[in-house]
Write a protein that binds this ligand. Structure first.
Ligand code: F6P
Length: 501
């Protein structure tokens, strides 16, 4: 059997991180890359020159540059659905006609932002954004990270079909001063439509005479939104070729544009566009998303690590791990290649994580001494997000850097193995200048492209998500036809919860 590129990478002798900077004093200068507001440091990983070269060869073999250019050209890189993947066009980087259309749709979005600001829809203090998955995680992240106490409106993002989520938001808001934003690419998602219907009832019960006058829809299927009752003038469409988990740049970011102001939303797009250009133009050894994907591939597929941990050492980025879970796992949690044959070896690891320093006091024990190896990513900002005593930020950053150092260095203890740390554990660090619209746009685009490169290296399609359909179908059939033909466990659960339905 011929050896694959991965087999060859699996045979490369592993370096020991504990001595890596002694044996290679120049390593830091070669394993840190600064791109705009982002500094990416992968020096504390097991990637060596041989491994890097191996991945550069693999990227060539798998035609990463070709797929990247095809994506930006608007070709149907989502092969299973015959669609383009044009989130780049939303930032001005893509096929000319797609960029022009995105600009035109952003123009409509901006006009509605201005109209709401001018109270053309009545007085507005609250924005209730309803959506789920890619139609919620992105705007939620942007508003939480950049809005803070300076947000122009009080925004709630409600996703869960559990009425508790919606009820809590409604309890905080005055129906007479609320705009309801319904975000759904397909405008068919059960959770979103049920929450939206309950929100309309709440407006009616709250004495709003024309409830649909206060509803804005963000969708790639305007006809469905209209059928549902939304007025055409308050539908902000986006292109079918923008995937749900890549859609925060489109009208799906409407609540963020309202809460942060249009200028910040636009700056966020520009930050992403700068990362797009870097990804398009930089050679592999100087290309941040490509190198980050090499690191990911090394741990997931060469070292077979089943998880990848992401810790935001910045309260403003506390929603980033959840955002990345969808981006990475829904994109690359696949079993077959674009051609439908089983992928050789594992695909996307489980992305998990949290916020530092909290996570240190909860889950880091396993990372330091547990038997499972998980690469860790730290994300931090040089500038603090508050005006309190600088001691807070110093303590935060010191803790972050100390964790990476401890994972790397470890500590022997011949007398008491329970107090020994093996070390030689990898981490990457992303240090931002600050958390700003520009840096957050660049950071999210960096992760999008990194996810894409991972997909191309594995030959999977990152732009479909058929794996989520079966559960939805079964739930629909239970709702429509009652419980029939399921396994005894499922039947008993249904019986216990609903009786005879
Ligand atoms: O079920 C998964 C999914 O299709 C995601 O990919 C998507 O982001 C989410 O549901 C919401 O879909 P929609 O925007 O169509 O409501």
């Amino acid at each position: 059997m011929t050896k694959t590129a991965l087999d060859e990478l699996r045979e490369v002798k592993q370096i020991d991180l504990r001595s890596v900077f002694t044996t290679d004093p120049d390593r830091l200068s070669r394993y840190v890359l600064t791109q705009g507001p982002i500094r990416f440091d992968w020096s504390k990983t097991h990637l060596s020159e041989t491994v890097m070269d191996g991945f550069v060869d693999l990227a060539e073999e798998r035609n990463v540059a070709g797929w990247r250019d095809a994506m930006f050209a608007g070709d149907a890189v989502n092969v299973s659905e015959g669609r383009a993947a044009e989130h780049g066009a939303e930032r001005g980087e893509g096929a000319a006609d797609s960029v022009a259309r995105a600009r035109m749709l952003h123009g409509r979005m901006r006009a509605l932002v201005d109209a709401i600001e001018a109270e053309a829809l009545g007085p507005v203090r609250h924005i209730l954004h309803i959506g789920i998955g890619g139609s919620a995680l992105g705007p939620d992240l942007l508003i939480d990270a950049l809005g803070g106490s300076g947000a122009l409106y009080d925004v709630a993002v409600v996703s869960n079909v559990d009425g508790v989520a919606l009820e809590r938001a409604m309890d905080r808001f005055d129906p007479g001063a609320t705009i309801i934003v319904v975000a759904s690419k397909t405008f068919t998602t059960t959770e979103t439509l049920l929450n939206a219907a309950s929100a309309v009832n709440w407006l009616v019960e709250g004495g709003v005479d024309d409830p649909f006058g206060r509803i804005v829809a963000l969708t790639a299927d305007p006809d469905r939104a209209m059928e549902w009752g939304v007025d055409e003038t308050r539908i902000l469409p986006f292109s079918e070729s923008v995937g749900g988990r890549y859609s925060l740049w489109s009208s799906v970011g409407f609540a963020a544009a309202l809460a942060l102001g249009w200028d910040d939303f636009e700056t966020m797009l520009e930050g992403a566009a700068a990362m797009d250009r870097h990804f398009r133009l930089a050679p592999p050894r100087a290309n941040a998303p490509m190198i980050a994907a090499f690191v990911d591939q090394y741990y997931a597929r060469v070292r077979q690590c089943q998880t990848r941990a992401v810790f935001a050492y910045d309260e403003r980025l506390r929603l980033l791990p959840a955002y990345l879970q969808q981006l990475e796992m829904e994109s690359n949690g696949k079993g077959v290649t674009r051609d439908g044959v089983p992928v050789e070896g594992p695909t996307a690891p489980i992305t998990w994580g949290g916020v530092g320093t909290d996570a240190q006091h909860a889950v880091f024990q396993l990372l330091h001494q547990g038997t499972i190896l998980s690469p860790v990513e730290f994300i931090a900002s040089v500038e603090p997000g508050h005006a309190l005593d600088p001691a807070h930020h110093r303590a935060l950053l010191t803790s972050c850097f100390a964790q990476g150092a401890a994972l790397l260095r470890g500590r022997d203890n011949a007398d008491d193995p329970a107090r020994a740390y093996p070390g030689n554990r990898p981490s990457t660090t992303i240090l931002l200048d600050d958390v700003t619209p520009e840096s957050l746009g660049a950071l999210i685009a960096f992760y999008e492209h990194r996810t894409f490169v991972n997909a191309v290296l594995m030959e999977v399609n990152p732009f479909d998500q058929f794996g989520v359909e079966l559960g939805k179908e079964i739930a629909r059939s239970i709702a429509e036809e009652g419980p029939k033909g399921f396994d005894p466990s499922t039947m008993a659960l249904i019986e216990r919860a609903f009786g005879g339905m």
